[in-house]
Ligand binder design. Structure first.
Ligand code: SF4
Length: 504
């Protein structure tokens, strides 16, 4: 019996940007006596079905966007006599779908770190259970990834997780509902050991695959103080102290390291935290700006963000402290107007953010927005190829609409075209070269420009474009750019690198 772990994808680029961490974590949770799992990341190349034998276990991790491909793999694997087990956010939200459409023998709901061992044991006995409740594993029990199984020279960035869960409650986001609002932090020992292992292998660039790297804000602390809630205050302070402890250890790593994370804008109020990030080589962060107007922020329950000039100032604060921002913006909010697109593009440039992504408001399963949208569709359900629109991930990609709700003043096509145009403007050559000005060397500036172009090809066109010619062109270009770009990220292996000592 062999264990295969599959990360489904309809598009393979040959080289990928970030390691799919879940595969290496579940590989680590696989009992050693069944042998090393076979890892198949379809963003590199498609699964070879002939490699599956009767009695093998095939673990498929799905999110909503790759669920349909995952189901096709599951059915084919079951036909070959393998045990098929689904996991991931989408399988957690819709376990029955994996059974009905994906040929599942079992579904893991929640975290797989601890429960995966039982899955393997049950399959070995020929008695997989229909559902496994993985729950929310405490930070101290997260499995460390099996980086020794990583194929060489295929990924630009490795990924390490330091915390799961986010205390916020944004209406378009499922993280706080699936991973919970209580931050679950790993110990600095566990994080640093993984990071050092990766640097020894030659990875200089590591994504901290966290839901929110800044889980305690000044507002949280102030509120607990005002309420005289000593237990809560102690908990918040301990969480914050652990963040600083981790960053102090990361700061002892070689200077060529570069981490990237996700963080809320409130971190701009906390210069001590930003300085610790910079010292820890955390040089970039995705910041969910979402909307540049107060009305837009209200639409999505994200009023803790800033808007207008205050927003520009906050984003510039990150940069002043040496943390470069990938700003994430959403278009298609009810309060958006045609002028919002130009205003957003101008603000992104004025705020001097290094990268930006412009996504269209989409109701994702597991979010408050999705629940509201699903309810609103009850009386006027649209079907495409027999599939209700509220199960849109089951519609074949070529027929899948790009926007799902009516906007008060713009058509869906108008929103899509205007969004595409903002990507085009932001990533055209001149402004991209200008944005690279913060980098001193020419080589660095060329690398920045190449990466910007690659980012745009991988995410903008493939995500928004509707015509197949443009999609194919984007995928082709991403493939061509990906290989040389990977070389820009590769570092000299440092097999002798020591694990930085604990600072306490
Ligand atoms: S969008 Fe970010 S801040 Fe909001 S709930 Fe999700 S992870 Fe938290």
């Amino acid at each position: 019996m062999r264990v295969h772990l599959v990360n489904p994808s309809d598009v393979a680029f040959g080289t990928a940007v970030i390691t799919p961490r879940w595969m290496y974590v579940i590989a680590s949770a696989t009992p050693r006596d069944v042998g090393d799992p076979v890892l198949v990341d379809e963003t590199l190349e498609p699964l070879d079905l002939a490699s599956l034998q009767a009695g093998d276990v095939v673990g498929i991790g799905i999110h909503t966007a790759n669920a349909l491909r995952g189901y096709a793999i599951g059915k084919a694997a079951r036909e070959r006599g393998a045990y098929v087990i689904f996991g991931g956010i989408h399988a957690t939200l819709y376990p029955e779908e994996s059974h009905e459409l994906g040929g599942a023998h079992g579904v893991v709901k929640g975290d797989g770190d601890l429960v995966w061992k039982s899955v393997i044991e049950d399959c070995r006995r020929g008695e997989p259970r229909r559902v496994y409740e993985g729950g929310r594993v405490e930070g101290g029990q997260f499995a460390s990834a099996r980086w020794d199984l990583l194929p060489p020279k295929r990924y630009m960035w490795a990924s390490v997780q330091t915390v799961r869960g986010c205390p916020k409650h944004c209406s378009f986001c499922s993280v706080w509902r699936t991973d919970g609002q209580k931050p679950r932090q790993r110990t600095s020992d566990a994080v640093v050991e993984e990071v050092v292992q990766l640097r020894r292998m030659g990875f200089k660039f590591i994504a901290l695959a966290d839901d929110n790297f800044y889980p305690v804000t000044f507002t949280d602390i102030k509120l607990a103080e005002e309420q005289n809630n000593t237990a809560r205050l102690a908990e918040l302070r301990a969480t914050r102290a652990e963040r600083f402890e981790l960053m102090a250890r990361l700061a002892q790593l070689p200077n060529d390291m570069c981490f990237f994370t996700q963080i809320t804008m409130e971190a701009a109020e906390d210069p001590e935290f930003l300085d610790a990030m910079r010292a820890a080589h955390i040089k970039g962060a995705l910041v969910g700006v979402e909307s540049v107007t107060p009305e837009g922020l209200k639409d999505i329950y994200k009023e803790f963000n800033a808007a207008g000039d205050d927003l520009v100032e906050r984003l510039r604060t990150f940069r002043r402290h040496g943390v470069y921002v990938l700003g994430s913006f959403i278009f298609g909010l009810p309060s958006d107007r045609p002028s919002t697109f130009d205003a957003t593009a101008a603000l992104a440039q004025k705020a001097q953010i290094a990268f930006a992504q412009f996504v269209m408001l989409t109701p994702f399963p597991g979010t408050v927005d999705f629940i509201k949208w699903e309810k609103s569709m009850e009386s006027k359900m649209v079907h495409i190829g027999g599939v209700p629109l509220t199960r849109r991930w089951l519609i074949p990609p070529a027929q899948r609409p790009k926007l799902y709700w009516e906007h008060p003043v713009m058509s869906m096509d108008e929103i899509r075209e205007r969004t595409q145009s903002v990507w085009d403007t932001f990533y055209s050559l001149k402004p991209t070269w200008e944005r690279s000005g913060f980098i001193k060397s020419w080589k660095g500036r060329v690398a920045f420009t190449l990466i910007s172009k690659l980012y745009r090809q991988m995410y903008a066109d493939t995500g928004i474009a509707t015509d197949s010619a443009r999609l194919a062109w984007s995928a082709r270009w991403a493939r061509v750019l990906a290989k040389p770009t990977r070389l820009l990220f590769a570092g000299r292996p440092m097999p002798e690198l020591k694990v930085p000592a604990s600072v306490n």
